[in-house]
Design a protein around this ligand. Structure first.
Ligand code: KG4
Ligand code: ZN
Length: 347
């Protein structure tokens, strides 16, 4: 890999992030979160765009300073083109375009989901990167899918959620429990001291490798409503067991399909990616399969799980090497396919 220096910008949701990469080595990876959304129980798109506008310059400056490089050393600008919130994406896209124009360097557009997966190729992400072909369970706040990765830019979606994403399920169920947004990390923390077998919730029965998470959310809601009628303190008294049981149920749903796919495709290189891959229960389930099923597992470092610009920089570097640049007419896009759908290929 070359030692080209690239600055990358990520602004698809509620974190403004900038990173500098040299080859596949991350020199800096800075993110500014947006606490403004906490009181609304979810991301408010208009507020997110405004916060990105405020954050983007300080975040980029900090990223360059921490990497100890001058902007004249940058060979290209990478940015997240989509998928994500359009207003948020527009801020990063416009900033990236202006910077590429003023520095006279090429622009590289990056698909956010592809970046979650290719984060595994960052130098310090794994002792050894995954070998192609590998399976990647990509689980975030907006997406849940099993991806067959044949090569860096040759990916096929084997299964996907038919309704809510796994992270969305964590967040919505957390909201039922009265937890702050995003509830995923809070449920993870509380679950560590709870009994995962205490409560049972409905699991979906879908064919193939597709997922569904709306059923578990409804099942938790009805269960809580029923219990609260008898005991108004039910949630407070059982919060740790509730979190542990919900987390266990979501992990079982995720892992059962992933195991089926690994078995059917005869692949034992298995990775996880995206915000929910930070979940300690999911990480443990992967480690168990390393021993039980002989998988070679790839679990991202925490800083490369939730949204970050380092993963955008990694993809920008791979595209730079391939001469894949875009021009200034490129537009941000809320929906952005990044892989072929196995179902579409079959039909
Ligand atoms: O990838 P990401 O940062 O943003 C999207 O692209 O959506 O994922 C955010 C999601 C949120 O739903 C959040 O609750 C979830 O990842 N998440 C977790 C954990 N950390 C973040 N879910 C469960 N356990 C965690 N430790
Ligand atoms: Zn993401």
């Amino acid at each position: 890999m070359s030692d080209t220096i690239i600055l990358a910008i990520e602004s698809s949701c509620d974190d403004t992030s900038a990173a500098v990469i040299q080859g596949n080595k991350i020199l800096s990876n800075i993110a500014a979160g947006q606490e403004i959304h906490n009181e609304y129980g979810g991301v408010v798109p208009e507020l997110a765009s405004r916060a990105h506008q405020q954050n983007i310059i300080p975040v980029v400056v900090k990223s360059l300073n921490q990497a100890n490089i001058d902007k004249n050393q940058i060979s290209a600008i990478g940015f997240t083109r989509g998928p994500g919130l359009l207003g948020s994406l527009l801020v990063g896209t416009s900033f990236a375009k202006s910077l590429s124009m003023s520095l006279g360097v090429p622009l590289v557009e990056v698909n956010h989901l592809q970046a979650h997966i290719l984060a595994h190729f960052i130098e310090d992400a794994n002792p050894n990167p995954p070998q192609f072909p590998f399976l990647c369970l990509t689980v975030s706040g907006g997406h849940t899918m099993i991806v067959l990765v044949n090569d860096y830019f040759d990916m096929k979606i084997i299964g996907r959620t038919t309704d809510d994403a796994a992270g969305e399920a964590f967040d919505k169920i957390g909201k039922i429990f009265g937890l702050d947004y995003p509830a995923g990390p809070i449920i993870d923390r509380l679950a560590k001291e709870g009994d995962p077998k205490k409560f049972k919730f409905n699991k979906p029965r879908l064919e193939g490798y597709d997922y569904s998470f709306s059923g578990i959310k409804t099942s938790v809601l009805y269960f809580i409503q029923k219990e609260l009628k008898q005991n108004p303190d039910f949630i407070q008294e059982n919060i740790k067991d509730l979190c542990a049981s919900v987390q266990q149920c979501i992990i079982e749903i995720l892992m059962e399909k992933l195991e089926d796919a690994a078995n059917d495709f005869r692949i034992n290189e298995v990775a996880i990616a995206g915000g929910v891959s930070a979940n300690s229960g999911l990480r443990n389930a992967m480690k168990e399969n390393e021993e039980k099923l002989g998988w070679n597992i790839y679990i991202p470092k925490f800083e490369y799980t939730t949204d970050n610009a380092a993963m955008i920089a990694m993809v920008a570097q791979l595209k730079y090497e391939r001469g894949e640049f875009c021009d200034l007419s490129v537009a941000a896009t809320a929906r952005y396919d990044f892989a072929e759908d196995l179902d579409t290929l079959k039909s």
